[in-house]
Design a protein around this ligand. Sequence first.
Ligand SMILES: [Zn+2]
Length: 72
Amino acid sequence: MICVICKTGNCKPGKTHFSAFVKDAFVVVKNVDALICENCGEAYYDTDTAKHVHEQALQGYNNASDVEVMKV
Ligand SMILES: [Zn+2]
């Protein structure tokens, strides 16, 4: 698949970090499966993965286990 951000890079399966704001914290979920653009590094998640990392982010907020939580 061709990256929709830079329109030149090819996206390949790999691991990335997913980050999101959860309530008052910045949560990073590590080693998430994604398609990653070889050119600009944009990451694409499929629907199941996106749902999963959001759950992980919420859980991580509650008990920092596999994720990093930075309170702001
Ligand atoms: Zn790209």
